[in-house]
Structures are given as C-alpha cells and as structure tokens.
Ligand binder design. Sequence first.
Ligand code: BV8
Ligand code: ZN
Length: 267
Amino acid sequence: MTERFAPPEADVDRARRLLRDANGIVVLTGAGVSAESGVPTFRGAGGLWRDHRPEKLATPEAFARDPLLVWSWYQWRRDLVERCEPNAAHHALAQLCSDRSDVRLVTQNVDGLHERASDAIGAAGATAVQPLTLHGSLFGTRCTGCGTRSGARSQRVDTTSVDTLPRCDGCGAPLRPDVVWFGESLDADVLETAFEAARASEVCFVIGTSALVQPAASIPLATLDAGGSIIEVNPGATLLSGLASVSLRAPAASTVPLLLSRPSSST
Ligand code: BV8
Ligand code: ZN
C-alpha cells in the first residue's frame, strides 16, 4: 500500500481552485489510479505481470505465436482484477462526472474499475457516466475472424490447452481479448472524441500515468496547445510533470478525493 503522502497545502488549494473554476475538464487516467485497488501497474515497482513484461505479451505477434500463453496471462489478470474493488479515486471521479456535464473521463485502463464505480453511482440513483476507454476491456472478447464483440463481461476462458481456448459461435475463428495491443491502432472515433474533449477543456487532470504510451500520452498536450493547463497526481515524476501547472507527488486514492471535495469556505 502506498503510504499516505501529504502534498503541500498550497498546491492542493491551487489545484482545487483550478478544477472548481475550470470551464471543462478532461480527466486522463492510467494504471496508477488502480494501484491502490491492488492492480499492478505496467512499469512501476511490481509492474511485472507474473514475470511477463506487458509490451512482450500485449501484442498481436505474441497472440499469433502463443495464444495459450497470452490467454493464460489475460485470464490471470481477469482473476486478479475480479478480486479488486474501485478505490476512493475511482468513486470521486465517477461522482465528478455525474455532477458536472463539462467533465469527460478518458482512461487507458482495461480493468473496468472506473465502470464499476460509475455503476455504483447509478445504483445509488445518480446519473452514471461511463468513461471513454482508449485501450478496450480486459473482460471483453473479439473474434479474430468476423470481429464480433462479446461486450464487457465474457465467459471465463479455459486455458487447459489450445483446444479449449474460446472460438466464435458465428464463424469458428479464435476469440482474442478485446483490448488494443501494442502496434495496433486505437478506435479512430474514440481517439477523436478524446482529443476533442482535451481541446475543449480548460484543465486536463492527469492521474496515475507514466505518460509513455502513445497516442494517449499526447491528450494532455492537446489541452495545453489549446491554452488550457495540466494538473497531475502521481507519486513519481513523469514527462508531463514539467508542463503541469500543479504536479502533486502523491497517490491517487487519498489525493483525488481531496482535490474534488467541496472547497472549504476559505478558498
Ligand atoms: C499505436 C491494453 C499506431 C493492453 C495497452 C513500435 C511499433 C508500433 C508502435 C509503437 C512502436 N514504438 C512505439 C509505439 C507506439 C506504442 C507505444 O506507445 N509504445 C510505448 C511502450 C513506447 N503505442 C502503440 O502501439 C499504440 N498504437 O501507436 O497505433 C501504430 C500502429 C501500427 C504501427 C505503428 C503505430 C497502442 C498502445 C496501446 C497498448 N495497450 N493496454 C493490455 O492492457 O493488455 S497500453 C498499457 O499501457 C495500459 O493500457 C496502460 O494503462 C498503458 C499506459 O501505461 P500507464 O497507464 O501509464 O501505466 P504505467 O505502469 O506505465 O504507469 C503507472 C503510473 O502510475 C506511474 O507513473 C506510477 O508512478 C503511477 N502510480 C503508481 N502508484 C500510483 C500511481 N499514481 C497514482 N497513485 C498511485 N497510488
Ligand atoms: Zn467470428
């Protein structure tokens, strides 16, 4: 567990004011927002996924070469994420999206924790706004033949052997995880929607990403180029830190609710 950091009060107040007064916010999250839920990140400490590097297995070449290894890795990740719960950052962001129509949540994550936090808001009777997912869903499948998608919750995959791996009911071709692999293009409409939101927002609120993976890492730059500013929450420095108006060296689960809580009367 990341011990609780106390970011400088002045930075917290400044970030809180920028977010409160912003005319449009685009939120970009990465694996770090789920770290305190127990989901390993890709590149941080513990970022090895059961001794596999994501870049080595999250590729079409790896799937073509060894579909059983790739599906075993994805099923292992699904089992791990199933045991995790959205944390206070996911819930605070779901509430923000529900409260403000000028906020757009864009995530690089495939773990479904933002979706589960939004579902919880909906179950409580408030407006549930689903995130824009750039890289797909860990729990979805897509047919390698006809492209049919399973939707977010697909069957558990039997990884006993290649012969027990899932195949399409329609055309019989192998099913793959419904995620965007390295070397694959993102959905053009999803990407354009994300960049439009970034250009139209006064603040890009970047949480828990190393800002290394493109094209997602360029989304905050679109807000900057349009005259907006960046607020970052990350215990580590990133390529965006020097461009941020406020960069809080702090963990998401305690810091994001702090920045989004109702401003105290003094600020
Ligand atoms: C593309 C789904 C056009 C899969 C993911 C060579 C050939 C082809 C392409 C490339 C190439 N070289 C470079 C590229 C581009 C490539 C890329 O960017 N590579 C990187 C590694 C350099 N991008 C692509 O391939 C993209 N497609 O470019 O298409 C194209 C097409 C053909 C040919 C050329 C170009 C597709 C990228 C999508 C890949 N799929 N996920 C799966 O998950 O299995 S990306 C994967 O990385 C996850 O989605 C993850 O979210 C994402 C980004 O990582 P982060 O989220 O930032 O996670 P990371 O671990 O890095 O950082 C965590 C951060 O959290 C850290 O900063 C840490 O400090 C912080 N943190 C830790 N604890 C906390 C915290 N923060 C807050 N609170 C805490 N408690
Ligand atoms: Zn098919």
